[in-house]
Ligand binder design. Structure first.
Ligand SMILES: Cc1cc2nc3c(=O)[nH]c(=O)nc-3n(C[C@H](O)[C@H](O)[C@H](O)COP(=O)(O)O)c2cc1C
Length: 364
């Protein structure tokens, strides 16, 4: 029997099956970056008994924005809309954790408060585009954070976690992947600091580990996860020794006793599949992290079965397939065909390409 449909624990979270919904930015919040009823319907459709949903990345401050229209968790006024979502997911027997986000340099003055420059560990620009309210904008040169500003950002992650708890989330996931702020601190291509947050890996990892500890102060460690992308180049990321960097991070997160690490596998580049290959990232980290490991990136049913069978991962997150298949766990379980996704409606817009994907008539 496939392990995909057997229970597993991730810290205090008990999963009835191992098909996890990956975090997916959809940019459909209300003014004030408040979650709305349309978002509630979208998450409700994708909730399943024993299933785990990871929310779309959710900024912990206005400065943390690189995508206008993403729902926030930086203001108490955002709690109520999230509460409706967590209640609905729980009502369907599912669980949901919030992914906490600060984009760092992956932004533009048009998306920043008062038109300011985005911030980063060092003044090095990324290639790519952010999404302002008026459309895509190329990333600009960030301003290097002052040493004195860093504790405030860590505290904002902690406050975001506390609001997520007040909104009824089952836990939080720190977005430490895809070239956003914690990742920018981790990797030496983006971190040229000479203070205690730069230089050797012990210093470069400090930001992510302190952010994780701030989340642990709000939830217990067994309700905190961290997403990492050791092989990702999205956001112009690079590290001179990713195995050492991410190996260190995995061991330190292991010491903190968090619920899970969530690893984007090397087969994926941004949202594009580049090539089939062995999922080496989870394989490398498995020896160092003894909690639950969620693998993500380009998985189908067969790939998921395979990575669970090797024991390198305990659960598998699906992104694009979940966008187009609200009943994905049932479709995978029954071997039903999947509806293809429409890329044009990924980011922003209304119910079209969001809550109008069909349920399969044969899925329970
Ligand atoms: C529209 C879209 C939005 C995404 N938003 C996020 C996000 O908010 N946070 C995150 O960590 N990853 C995000 N990702 C990456 C996915 O979580 C996932 O890692 C990626 O799509 C690969 O998995 P898949 O092959 O199953 O789609 C996004 C991907 C897509 C396609």
């Amino acid at each position: 029997m496939s392990k995909l449909f057997t229970p597993v624990a991730a810290g205090a979270l008990s999963l009835g099956h191992r098909v996890v919904m990956a975090p997916l930015t959809r940019m459909r919040s209300d003014p004030g970056d408040r979650p709305n009823a349309l978002m509630r319907d979208y998450y409700t459709q994708r909730a399943s008994r024993g299933g785990l949903i990871i929310s779309e990345a959710t900024p912990i401050s206005r400065q943390g924005y690189g995508y206008a229209g993403a729902p926030g968790i930086y203001d108490d006024a955002q709690i109520e809309g999230w509460r409706a979502i967590t209640d609905a997911v729980h009502g369907r027997g599912g669980q949901i954790v919030m992914q906490l986000w600060h984009v760092g340099r992956q932004s533009h003055p048009d998306i920043q408060p008062n038109g300011e420059a985005p911030v980063a560990p060092s003044a090095i620009a990324a290639e790519g585009y952010g999404y302002a309210a008026h459309g895509p904008v190329p990333f600009t040169m960030p301003r290097a954070l002052e040493r004195a500003e860093i504790p405030g950002i860590i505290a904002e992650f902690g406050a975001g976690a506390a609001r997520a708890k007040a909104a009824g989330f089952d836990g939080v996931e720190i977005h430490g992947a895809n070239g956003y702020l914690p990742d920018q601190f981790l990797q030496d291509g983006t971190n040229k600091r000479t203070d205690d947050y730069g230089g050797p890996i012990e210093n470069r990892a400090r930001f992510l580990l302190e952010v994780t500890q701030a989340a642990i102060a709000a939830f217990d460690a067994d309700r905190v996860g961290v997403r990492l992308s050791p092989s990702g180049t999205y956001g112009s990321m690079s590290d001179s020794d990713p195995r050492a960097t991410f190996g260190y991070v995995a061991s330190k997160l292991d010491e903190l006793g968090i619920a899970y690490i969530h690893v984007v596998e090397p087969r994926i580049k941004g949202t594009e599949l580049i090539a089939e290959g062995e999922p080496i990232a989870v394989h490398h980290l498995r020896a160092l992290f003894h909690g639950t490991i969620i693998a993500a990136g380009g998985f189908d049913r067969a790939g998921a079965d395979a990575v669970l069978e090797t024991g390198d991962a305990d659960a598998v997150a699906f992104g694009r397939a979940f966008i187009a298949n609200p009943d994905l766990p049932e479709r995978l379980r029954l071997g039903l065909p999947l509806t293809p996704y429409d890329r044009a409606t990924f980011y922003g817009g209304d119910a079209r390409g969001y809550t109008d994907y069909p349920f399969h008539p044969n899925a329970a």
